[in-house]
Design a protein around this ligand. Structure first.
Ligand code: PLP
Length: 417
């Protein structure tokens, strides 16, 4: 579901916009708050995070599942603090994420990890930081479980070999996948050598991407139940991964059925660890138009942001939503990023009024996998980070500075002469 902001601050009045000198008519491009901040900026909307958490909490309570937030999608610490009281903990992918998540979760919150890239030198600390680890392969299991079993609950990531994603680049169940022990290999190995699985406490699968159909998750559980029941009989927990969005169609009953089945049949704790589902609709990139000109008969607007702030636009050719865009509007622009890369383009958008240098352009529903992947090609600073709270108050949380850029490239600044 695209959750609509409900606060009146979002309704930019013409008077206020004019006062800011940034918009001239009823066909405003940007809400008032977007005109009040330095750009480029990433804004996360706490009100929408809470609305998305409401959907997840409903399932958590109805199904009795444990809800983790996958911080790989968005790991800004203050936003994690907002979420912490409403989730059971966090799902992480690396030592650094584990440290961050543990700092926010405190000693009582759950931190759970799975990664294809477990480095031997990190394993000890990861074991101390995380309540559970799902080894990505049988080989990883063999290499690390003895060392880690005293400190963390050891499980295995299984690849259910049941693909749903249309795009192979997002499909954890793609042919020859690197993600999880393939179900056929796992079950055959279990028959051949059950002793190899001694100490196995949990199973994780994550097999979908941006699906709004929880029936797919229920079908995956049914496949595991059918083919891996002897393994499920042995474990204390099952982690369903993420990959699902809460949607108007509300198929979440299927999630609840799957969880209820696992809990009653196998007496396990069931974890669900969405990322995008809890933050995608809650994030905006706010930019300013730096330049406007014609090229080959088309109007080009250069923004002070770049696809490097929304890397999935370039990686996957996805076109983000822009506030004020309407397919039937008369004024068309190619929105372009400000780096030297010719393909640093967001796409073609149409607006009801002409846009001007200085206007704000707001990309919507970009809360996940944007800031975490953003980088500083061309020395273009990362976006400032702002929170927008439920009463419409903005707070600056992080402002980029030259020192961070310089330090990354080995320059010491501010040292005494
Ligand atoms: C193991 C695991 N859990 C959870 C997630 C979060 O997925 P999403 O953001 O699509 O919900 C991912 C994403 O890659 C994942 O690999």
């Amino acid at each position: 579901m695209s959750i609509a902001p409900q606060n009146s601050m979002y309704e930019a009045s013409v008077d206020l916009q004019s006062k800011n000198g940034l918009a001239t008519g009823p066909d405003t491009l940007a809400p008032v708050w977007a005109c009040e901040i330095d750009t480029p900026a990433f804004v996360y909307d706490e009100g929408i995070i809470h609305q998305l958490l409401d959907c997840a909490t409903d399932c958590r309570e109805r199904a009795g599942l444990k809800l983790l937030f996958a911080v790989k999608s968005f790991c800004f610490a203050d936003a994690l603090e907002v979420m912490a009281p409403r989730v059971d903990g966090f799902a992480v992918s690396s030592l650094f994420e584990a440290r961050l998540a543990r700092a926010v979760a405190g000693k009582d919150g759950i931190v759970s990890i799975t990664t294809p890239g477990l480095r031997p030198q990190d394993a000890g600390e990861i074991g101390l930081l995380c309540d559970s680890i799902s080894f990505n392969s049988l080989n990883q299991w063999d290499m690390h479980r003895e060392r880690m079993k005293g400190t963390t609950s050891c499980g295995l990531r299984v690849n259910p070999q049941m693909p749903f994603a249309d795009d192979l680049r997002y499909d954890p169940c793609r042919p020859n996948s690197k993600l999880g022990a393939p179900l056929d290999v796992l079950t055959a190995e279990f028959q051949r050598s059950p002793g190899r699985f001694a100490g196995l406490e949990g199973i994780l699968f994550h097999s979908n991407c941006d699906s709004t159909d929880f029936a797919e998750l229920e079908a995956t559980v049914a496949k595991l139940d059918d083919q891996a029941s002897e393994i499920l009989d042995r474990v204390a927990w099952v982690n369903l991964g993420g990959g699902y969005l809460f949607d108007d169609s509300d198929t979440s009953d299927a999630l609840c059925h799957a969880v209820a089945y696992l809990k009653s049949r196998y007496n396990v704790d069931v974890f669900f660890e969405p990322g995008s589902g809890l933050v995608r609709d809650a994030g905006y990139i706010v930019s300013t138009v730096l330049d406007l000109f014609e090229s080959g008969g088309r109007a080009v607007a250069v923004l002070d942001t770049s696809v490097n702030h929304l890397p999935e636009v370039f990686e996957y050719g996805y076109q983000p939503d822009v506030k004020g865009h309407d397919d039937d509007a008369p004024h068309e622009y190619i929105l372009a990023g400000c780096t030297c890369l010719a393909g640093d383009l967001f796409g073609e958008y149409r607006f009801h009024r002409e846009i001007d240098v200085g206007d704000r352009v707001v990309f919507e529903s970009v809360g996940s996998y944007s800031l975490v992947k953003a980088h500083m090609f061309n020395g273009v600073a990362l976006p400032s980070v702002y929170s927008l709270n439920s009463t419409g108050q903005l707070a600056l949380k992080n402002a980029p500075n030259f020192e961070e850029f310089a330090a990354r490239w080995g320059m010491v600044t501010g040292a005494p002469a």
